[in-house]
Ligand binder design. Structure first.
Ligand SMILES: *Cc1c(COP(=O)(O)O)cnc(C)c1O
Length: 364
């Protein structure tokens, strides 16, 4: 009798690190400092250093990191922002939140990330920024994007919510573009125990502006120089993230082992497996396969006790939230097709590579 494989077991992460996490949170309880403070500053310094960025500013969550990075780059009403047609809707929502115009570009059908060769045609006089997403933990092809941005005087704001530790041409994601936005939502590769986010950047002005915007538009108490919001990294989350950061590379390695076990076990199943360009070192936030019989495949795996999810079943352009754009399904046919074919297999640091054999058996 085969055991059940959950899609993702978040409690296992706590169980593994329980003594460290508990002593960290009691340190915060006993500090008497419950907003900002040393734990937040220490995590920001450690995350900046891990990412190879000069600055890190914590935020309340990943969506706010995207919104504050756009605002810090002065992107607002009337400005255009190039986004992937194939992404989690948060990327689009951030652009909408600052009143800017969404300019979607279709994915490369092999990597599912934004196709740099299609970006040029989407640039208009309004375009001010490109927002690549490192989807599923696989870095987007940044060099041609950065070259286009230089040629057209555009900002590059990366959505790295799924790419903690991923490398592009040997260098970690974190400071290739003007600003890099992170989510530490519990299910991400580096996950808090609640909501949390951050922006990393090499630009001191962007860092200072994100910090000010997330703190009521204030650098000095009771002096408000612009209309900010309250979106700060919570010290309890910061201290938990510090504990988990020390284990991130080991946990990423476990994901890599499971991904390579899937590659071997599923090679002859007829499924389309992930492909990794030679310049990419992905971190396997998700292990996504494709099938024209996706729903049957998901049912078959469920019957064998294998939990799967779909990332994402409805592309942003087909969401009711964007009905006012009046986009037909085939306005972005690749994004539409992927939504009908992708399936995420169980993936996480607490699954053993044997899970891959169980998936293979279920499909046999
Ligand atoms: C998770 C995620 C976000 C949003 O992060 P939150 O912390 O949940 O606000 C943004 N973009 C992508 C690609 C994500 O996966």
């Amino acid at each position: 009798m085969m055991s059940t494989i959950n899609f993702l077991d978040l409690h296992a992460g706590y169980a593994e690190l329980r003594p460290e996490i508990e002593s960290a949170i009691y340190r915060v309880f006993n500090s008497g400092r419950y907003v900002g403070g040393d734990e937040v500053a220490a995590f920001e310094a450690e995350w900046a250093s891990y990412c190879g960025a000069a600055h890190c500013v914590g935020t309340g969550n990943g969506l706010d990191a995207l919104i504050l990075a756009l605002r810090a780059c002065d992107i607002g009403p009337g400005d255009g922002v190039i986004v992937p047609s194939n992404t989690y809707i948060a990327t689009w929502l951030a652009v909408s939140a600052v009143g800017a115009i969404i300019q979607p570009v279709e994915p490369d059908p092999v990597t599912y990330n934004i196709d740099p060769s299609r970006i040029g045609a989407a640039i208009t006089p309004e375009t001010r920024a490109i927002m690549p997403v490192h989807l599923y933990g696989q870095p987007a092809d940044l060099d041609p994007i950065l070259a286009l941005a230089r040629a057209h005087d555009l900002r590059v704001i990366e959505d790295a919510a799924q790419a903690h530790g991923a490398r592009y041409k040997g260098r970690r994601i974190g400071a290739h573009g003007d600003a890099v936005c992170w989510s530490f939502y519990p299910g991400k590769n580096l996950g808090a125990m609640g909501d949390a986010g951050a922006v990393t950047t090499n630009d001191p002005e962007i860092a200072a502006r994100v910090r000010r915007l997330g703190n009521y538009g204030s650098d000095r108490k009771y002096v408000n120089v612009e209309r900010g919001v309250n979106s700060r990294l919570d010290p309890l989350q910061a201290t938990i993230l510090r504990v988990k950061l020390a284990h991130l590379d080991e946990w990423t390695e476990r994901r890599r082992l499971l991904a390579s076990a899937y590659m071997d076990s599923l090679a002859d199943t007829g499924l389309t497996l992930p492909q990794v360009p030679e310049w990419a070192e992905p971190v396997w936030h998700l292990y996504v396969v494709r099938s024209s019989e996706r729903d049957a495949l998901q049912g078959c795996l469920a019957g064998a006790g294998v939990g799967t999810l779909i990332h994402y079943p409805i592309p942003p352009h087909m969401q009711e939230a964007y009905a006012d754009l009046h986009l037909a399904p085939d306005a972005f046919p690749l994004a539409q097709q992927l939504a009908g074919e992708v399936l995420s297999l169980p993936m996480g640091p607490h699954l053993s590579p044997e899970a891959a054999q169980q998936v293979q058996k279920a499909l046999a």
